[in-house]
Ligand binder design. Sequence first.
Ligand SMILES: C[S@@+](CC[C@H](N)C(=O)[O-])C[C@H]1O[C@@H](n2cnc3c(N)ncnc32)[C@H](O)[C@@H]1O
Length: 482
Amino acid sequence: MFIRRNTFYLRRTGLPFSTNVSPADKARAGSHKRWTRRQRKSAWTDGLSWEERLADAVTPLWRLSYEEQLELKQNSQQKILSELSGSLSADLRSDFTAPATAKPNFPVLSVLPSPVRDGYRNKSTFSVNRGVDGNPKTVGLYVGTGRQGNIVCVNADHLLNMPEKHKLVARCYQDFIRLSSLDPCLLFHTGGHWREVTVRTNAQGHTMAIVYFHPQMLTAEEVAVHKEELVEYFTRGPGSACRLDSLFFQESTMTRCTHEESPYQLLHGQPHIYEEVLGFKFRISADAFFQVNQAAAQVLYNTVRDLCVPVTEEGASQSKTRGTLLDVCCGTGAIGIIASPRVDRIIGIELVEQAVRDATHNAALNNVENCEFLPGKAEVVLPALMTQLSFGAGVLTAVVNPSRAGLHPRVVRALRKQAAIRRLVYVSCKPDGEAMRNFTELCCAPDQEKKLTGQAFSPTLAVPVDMFPHTPHCELLLLFER
Ligand SMILES: C[S@@+](CC[C@H](N)C(=O)[O-])C[C@H]1O[C@@H](n2cnc3c(N)ncnc32)[C@H](O)[C@@H]1O
């Protein structure tokens, strides 16, 4: 049975944060008194504090012990994989005969735990909006939704997955925007400027902060004054307690802008921070993808490497020829670079150009010479690559790690059609979503109508990895063979 934790800790940094409230802030707070009363009432009708409601939204498993969390995740992965087995049993393949309720007909290993359970996040994004007291210059995370019009921004100091450094930067940013003469940008069309702040840290504690700002009608000279104030605050003012290694600023008029759409402006410090995983060093740019839990990423990548290129007890690659590894949706190249000593050649494919530049840089940084990274959509690049390259009798393995949207059907078709691929590892952060469609397309009997030709794959092993303690999310590694 699950035990409800009876301690809910609220930690404060103890820093002398400013209590200055401008007359404009007071007026705003006054005009929101009724709103605040309503929000407060609704918060307490379910008997939960705002902090508990936020924890329930962001880390819904926080009341459970870690063992209970792992049990829950194991059961949910088991259920997803049973559904996969069930849907494959409807197919003509004779070795998939399990009914929908049966256990998966391939081994599912126990969830590999995260070596770090609390404060594991290396990247957090904090919003700016009305807090519990109605102050619109509150930095935290949301309870409620925009659609229901009941958003409340709650400080995230109590969240178990949040490291102290991220909380500190968020509180300093709140202090800074409360001192600023500019308004926060709550809704794009109603004006205001200060938006979210993203904090990235590495295992050594190096810290990058990225402040998002809506310029509205301000001139470049006017924006420059506020950028200077921001730098002053974080380098010589109270914010210097954060010891930022990098401070970026992005003027953005949309929810999300790429570097190409609106450049990340380096206001202070280094352009990158670096993270080390399994002895390899990775450069992290302001907008690059990197696994959010560095310690668990080591477990994940180690397992992915072993599934892609198993080694014998003597440490030699099992394959007669070491072959080629296709790293589809390779991000900044982590999987390919880490697997590179075990194969002859790595070919990575990635949509985001900056990530491809990072991947190329990371290969050179680690003196890895057998990797190449191709920019573009996998659905365009991979089919062309499959027709251009000749793999002869060489071993060809694929690892795919798409975002939640899963793989485009053209990618699945190209993988199936390439007879040289005998082994395929699918890394999914949401296996019950679009990835499930990919799994069935990889394993179903050939279907000319859907252009699913080539021999079907079979799932042969599943390994869940917990990258996100206190949340229901779990990374799933699924090995397919044929
Ligand atoms: C979950 S991340 C994995 C990155 C990498 N494997 C890692 O472990 O760091 C998914 C990556 O897929 C990329 N991506 C998304 N859609 C894509 C597409 N259609 N073609 C190629 N890459 C894509 C994203 O830019 C992102 O870098």
